[in-house]
Design a protein. Structure first.
Length: 83
């Protein structure tokens, strides 16, 4: 069971800010990941996280995509952060 609620896009009680964050995340990724459903509890933190990912690993990075992915996976393994 998740410790942080995973918000669903079709929940009628979802705040407009959370709904907008989820829609933006789905559009950017092409699919909805549970990570973004958890981050939708604090959309402002989710947007900051998404911007950091874009800057470090995606469009703002000077690394080729394969090297950026290798750096990401290496940091995950070194820090025992398995998802």
């Amino acid at each position: 069971m998740a410790r942080i609620p995973l918000l669903q896009e079709n929940d009628p009680e979802l705040s407009e800010d959370s709904r907008a964050f989820l829609a933006q995340s789905a559009k950017a990724r092409g699919k909805m990941l549970n990570l973004y459903r958890a981050l939708a509890n604090r959309p402002e933190a989710g947007r900051a996280f998404s911007e950091m990912v874009r800057t470090v690993y995606r469009s703002g990075s000077s690394l080729p995509p394969k090297d950026a992915e290798l750096a990401y996976l290496t940091a995950t393994v070194v820090n025992n952060c398995y998802y």
